[in-house]
Design a protein around this ligand. Structure first.
Ligand SMILES: Cc1ncc(COP(=O)(O)O)c(C=O)c1O
Length: 416
């Protein structure tokens, strides 16, 4: 009998079957033996992704405090956002019904491109129907065989996949290390290079050390692509992200962001100089060969941008909540790694069985936190990852913290 805790998803990538449509039988056996742990994946939410929600998990409905959704500005259930989407649904119907190049965009899509470009202080913006597709497609649209993509080792898979797809050489530098970036750039002198960074790193919640990294890229005259997925609206006086926070926007050639986090919707965008955006519209396949966002989603995104620009309390509420939650966790002795943002990991170590046991326990006590296992994070740093939002109340956070204390902190103390 297979012990599911002895294996991870990293063990079943390759298969000895002679047909690619037949996954490794060991994976199926592992998945069945670990059904108790796997039941924690893909929980069904019975309602919007807001701080209090009911989820169907492990065979029953459970009312939970939600620390797992990236609804950073609390826009997932904002009445004005919902109303804007409803009106667009009435006027434009359900879908865009085709790719932007051949079947077109609505006037709302164009309005969002223009407003977002003005908000970000960039010449142009293009919209994609997925954040993942935007980063992957933009990188694959720019990089060519013979180029070198130099990525931070902790970049999101969408950037890694985009670089692979482009057939450029992929080089990774040590996470946030200016010295390692310097070495990578020195070794690729004379080639077309693109350095790929993230504003807030998604698994650790730490922030790109832009002052040190950009000093290196400037010296080597290398262009920079930044993924501001988790930092858009959250960082910077105006919410333009970590590059704004460090007053470094002039050093970033391409900014990428998603609408699935602070905007509480779906989709992504690339913001850059106009000639690059005009080029990418034809050479970035997830844009040109995939359906445009539904107009109702675009209307909702426009409304979120409007609300954010008129309500300067949102960012403050998010940061007040973040500071409170983080300081309480630290007081309890929880290992939050290098996080300095609203993405706060709770690192428990290498005990996989404990990870899933604690997740079940927290769920039963009323807290929705997802387990993050290897290979998404290093084997010795399995964790839960909390996402703090402007919509959480102090009561929500206190209740969540109490559950963390009664489960994670208690168990880790017992284990010394
Ligand atoms: C850093 C980062 N970039 C890109 C993405 C992809 O964005 P989306 O989920 O909107 O496709 C994610 C998703 O979580 C992410 O964390």
């Amino acid at each position: 009998m297979i012990n599911p805790a002895d294996y991870s998803l990293a063990d079943f990538y390759y298969s000895e079957t002679n047909d690619p449509t037949c996954p490794p039988p060991e994976f199926t056996a592992w998945r069945e033996a670990g059904a108790w742990a796997m039941s924690l994946m893909e929980p069904a939410l019975h309602g919007p992704a807001i701080p209090r929600v009911s989820i169907y998990r492990a065979g029953h409905d459970q009312k939970v405090i939600n620390l797992s959704s990236y609804n950073y500005m609390g826009m997932a259930h904002h009445p004005e956002v919902i109303e804007a989407a409803k009106q667009a649904l009435d006027k434009y119907g359900v879908g865009a019904c085709g790719s932007p190049l051949l079947s077109g965009l609505s006037d709302l899509h164009r309005e969002l491109e223009v407003k977002l470009a003005a908000f970000l202080g960039r010449e142009a913006v293009m919209l994609y129907n997925s954040g993942f597709g935007a980063a992957m497609g933009a990188l694959a649209g720019m990089l060519r065989k013979g180029d070198t993509a130099i990525l931070d080792a902790k970049c999101h898979l969408c950037a890694m996949d985009g670089a692979s797809l482009s057939k450029a050489k992929r080089v990774f530098f040590d996470h946030n290390s200016a010295a390692s970036l310097e070495e990578a750039l020195s070794k690729s002198e004379g080639q077309r290079r693109l350095v790929v960074l993230e504003g807030v790193y998604s698994m650790d919640g730490d922030v790109a050390d832009l002052p040190a990294l950009l000093e290196v890229t400037r010296r080597h005259k290398a262009s920079v692509f930044i993924d501001e997925a988790h930092s858009l609206l959250v960082y910077g006086k105006h919410g333009r992200g970590v590059a704004e926070h460090f007053e470094a926007e002039a050093d970033i050639a391409v900014m990428f962001g998603t609408f699935s986090k602070s905007f509480a919707g779906v989709g992504g965008f690339v913001a850059a100089k106009k000639e690059l955006v005009d080029y990418l519209r034809y050479y970035s396949n997830p844009y040109g060969f995939s359906c445009a966002l539904p107009p109702s989603v675009v209307a909702a995104l426009l409304k979120v941008l409007e609300i954010f620009q008129r309500d300067d309390s949102l960012q403050k509420r998010l940061w007040d909540n973040t500071h409170y939650y983080r300081s309480q966790l630290l007081q309890m002795g929880v290992n939050i790694g290098e996080s300095t943002s609203q993405v706060v990991p709770i690192v428990i170590g290498s005990n996989r069985l404990l990870l899933y046991q604690l997740c079940h326990e927290m769920n039963e006590k009323g807290l929705f936190l997802a387990p993050v296992d290897y290979p998404s994070v290093p084997e010795g740093q399995l964790r839960f990852r909390s996402a703090i939002t402007a919509a959480h109340t102090r009561e929500d956070l206190d209740e969540a913290l109490q559950i963390i204390e009664d489960t994670v902190v208690k168990r880790l103390k017992e284990q010394g």
